[in-house]
Design a binder for this molecule. Structure first.
Ligand code: GSH
Length: 236
């Protein structure tokens, strides 16, 4: 049995972790039977979620999970892509996972700390919650600074987010999926990110930037309806 250890649902999201939603979507589209496990990054092999356990193997990353599904289960969502398309998808993956992701982190932890604390730290006893939250927030702040995004001011950070979302919307155009008529792995990545940006009832400049592209909103809904129709109901 495959077991995906990922972040539990929060704020109406399938998971607040774009990488968890991506991996869940990969498993759903692969049509494999799997169990979703509420994970704890402190116990994860690389201290990050999600990770997959499959027949004694641990796959500690969403992209490695995609590769594992191809190697171990013969499921390749990118089989129909040309080398050129594959190169474009690889670039978009970096934009979503290595840049947009940090704008999202800023919007949650720096710009909306109260909502973030209330959504993610409920299981922590109320008495120690502020202290635990402050510790984790300091860790996130350091991570944002080491990565570099945290060295910019809010307006600059959201401009990066706006540019990334505009690039994605422009490339999507009127196609159903990013690389054309058929979904590919990059769509699981984009869906996971849009789930985090669009679903919470939290008004952020990043969400406004996404809402400015009705095609991205429609894409998020279409991907869910056509590719992962059961996923939200399973998010308990
Ligand atoms: N490259 C990894 C990224 C995973 C990742 O960044 N996970 C975040 C949540 S979205 C995490 O576990 N953060 C916890 C931490 O940094 O302590 C993947 O694709 O799976």
């Amino acid at each position: 049995m495959l077991r995906l250890h990922c972040f539990a649902p929060a704020m109406g999201m399938i998971s607040p972790s774009p990488f968890s939603v991506k991996s869940l979507a990969l498993l759903e589209i692969a049509g494999l039977t799997y169990e979703r496990v509420a994970g704890d990054p402190r116990r994860a092999p690389k201290k990050k979620l999600p990770f997959l356990r499959d027949a004694g193997k641990t796959i500690p990353d969403s992209h490695l999970t995609q590769q594992h599904l191809t190697q171990a289960h013969g499921v390749d969502l990118d089989a129909h892509l040309s080398d050129h398309e594959h190169a474009i998808a690889t670039g978009f993956r970096a934009l979503i996972e290595d840049q947009l992701c940090w704008v999202l982190v800023h919007s949650r932890w720096i710009d909306n700390p109260d909502a973030t604390r209330d959504a993610f730290f409920k299981p922590v006893p109320a008495l120690i919650r502020p202290v635990v939250f402050a510790m984790v927030q300091r860790y996130v702040h350091r991570s944002l600074n080491s990565q570099g995004m945290g060295r910019h001011n809010g307006a600059q950070i959201y401009r990066f987010g706006d540019e990334a979302l505009s690039a994605l919307a422009n490339y999507l155009g009127d196609k159903p999926y990013l690389m054309g008529a058929q979904p590919s792995a990059i769509d699981t990545s984009l869906f996971g990110m849009l789930e985090s940006i669009l679903t919470p009832a939290l008004d952020t400049p990043l969400k406004q930037a996404a809402l400015a592209h009705p095609t991205l909103v429609a894409y998020h809904q279409r991907f869910e309806a056509e590719q992962v129709p059961d996923l939200r109901a399973k998010a308990v």
